[in-house]
Write a protein that binds this ligand. Structure first.
Ligand code: UD1
Length: 418
């Protein structure tokens, strides 16, 4: 077991390169199960979630090989349509294999991933989409079992624009005869990347990035090479790192458009954000303004950046208000931030922040991935030493974050807990 030791107070300076997007690569890996040939993916980050998805694909019979940031997945040998609980419990996104298996093999049995720290995270919308296409879905002993009964593309209206449901339905529909239309679809850039990937394999999908996606089913999906989009949440986290330390950093390998909601909020606070070429320069200022943040589906402010932005706002004099509309329990970082000096009052989904600059390092625990990122940012700001435990959450989604931060001047070390 490891911990991070951060000594705060240093302004970050230099260049940092953003890795491929975790949330784009996970559905793409699941979709690789539908390919009867080889899938070659570039820009794949070295993350625990990717390892878990690789394990899931291997259990289903795919051959997965990794060399550096290249992942090769051969789905021609897939011979098992059941994903056991021991894997699905370890990562919520493992449920994305359901749509791919239904699409290609017309049957699937996937153990429920269960809830997680940030909310209950039901799958009713995924199931609604599968059922509307004619798949019979039954739930038995914690397993979700699906099989084709009388399948044909149909229209599905999502009650909320769920990212996972949109992806799962897109995958199943890609190999279901007829035309499927997903209305009120999620519009996240990761959905567009999945569409591009599937279309390169031979799928016929239009509309990703808009609120209606049209999918015409095909019989076969073939060999493909694909480079994954940059991770907008990792980029956003480094942008806040530059802001909170009053640093000056260049962030490379980003798509500026994907970061617009974060760029706009940092601008309101008084951080200088200068997009240029394929990168963004972020320059901190001595004085910032408080502001309000409400998380929304893309292109609104991302829930995956809420904890990081709340940390920055907690260091800004004045009152800021954060409203979390996506997940019901995504304020687990608040008690840990309070230990370091934050003054945050939570009432339901609303957090009222009275910013102050008197922060001291403390021993804190990461309760989930983005909460962990928030604690690192807090450690970079606070006086003295911060020790962060439960790094397994951070390892799920940030590739060697301590090394990247060290390279731009942070005083941070990773060490084993004796
Ligand atoms: C994905 C991201 C996660 C991000 C989230 C929201 C991946 C691997 N993970 O998660 O990092 O925080 O999008 O941007 O891409 N819901 C239902 N019924 C369903 C499905 C979802 O009610 O069947 C609700 C959820 O409880 C939540 C909201 O919809 O309140 C959004 O969840 P969703 O977009 O599905 O999140 P994930 O795909 O799980």
């Amino acid at each position: 077991m490891d911990k991070l030791l951060v000594r705060g107070g240093r302004a970050l300076k230099g260049h940092v390169e953003i890795s491929g997007s975790k949330n784009a690569i996970l559905p793409i890996m699941a979709a690789s199960l539908m390919c009867s040939g080889e899938v070659i993916l570039s820009g794949v980050p070295d993350l625990e979630d990717i390892n878990v998805m690789s394990e899931a694909l291997t259990i289903l019979g795919a051959v997965v090989k990794r060399e550096g940031d290249i992942l090769v997945i051969d789905g021609s040998s897939v011979n098992n349509c059941e994903l056991p609980e021991c894997v699905s419990r370890r990562m919520r996104a493992s449920n994305l294999v359901m749509g791919a298996l239904l699409g290609r093999f017309k049957q699937a049995r996937v153990a429920y991933p269960g809830g997680c720290a940030i909310g209950s995270r039901p799958m009713d919308l995924h199931i609604k989409g599968f059922k509307s296409m004619g798949y019979e879905i039954t739930e038995e002993h914690g397993l979700m079992a699906g099989r084709a009964v009388s399948i044909a593309g149909k229209e599905t209206m999502l009650d909320v624009p769920s990212v996972g449901a949109t992806e799962n339905i897109m995958m199943a529909a890609s190999m279901t005869p007829g035309t499927t239309i997903i209305r009120n679809a999620a519009r996240e850039p990761e959905i567009v990347d999945l569409q591009n990937f599937l279309n390169r394999m031979g799928a016929r999908i239009k509309g990703a990035g808009l609120d209606a996606i049209r999918i015409e089913g095909v019989d076969r999906l073939g060999r493909v090479e694909h480079t994954v989009i940059p991770d907008r949440i990792e980029a956003g986290t480094f942008m806040v790192a530059a802001a909170i330390t009053r640093g000056d950093i260049w962030i490379e390998n980003v798509v500026t458009e994907h970061l617009q909601p974060v760029i706009a909020k940092l601008g309101e606070i008084g951080v200088e954000v200068l997009p240029w070429g394929g990168g963004i320069r972020v320059v901190g200022n001595p004085y910032y303004h408080p502001t309000d943040v409400k998380t929304m589906p893309y292109p609104g402010f991302p829930t995956d950046m809420q904890a990081q932005m709340m940390t920055l706002l907690s260091t800004v004099d004045g009152t800021s208000v954060v409203v979390e509309t996506i997940f019901e329990n995504r304020y687990m970082h608040v008690p840990e931030l309070r230990r370091m000096g934050a003054d945050i009052k939570v009432e339901g989904r609303v957090a009222i922040i009275k910013g102050n600059q008197r922060w001291e390092g403390a021993c804190v625990e990461a309760s989930d991935l983005r909460a962990g990122a928030a604690l690192i940012l807090a450690g970079l700001y606070a006086n003295g030493e911060t020790q962060i435990f439960q790094l397994e959450h951070i390892d799920r989604g940030y590739e060697r974050i301590h090394e990247k931060l060290k390279n731009i001047g942070a005083d941070i070390e990773r060490m084993s807990v004796s």
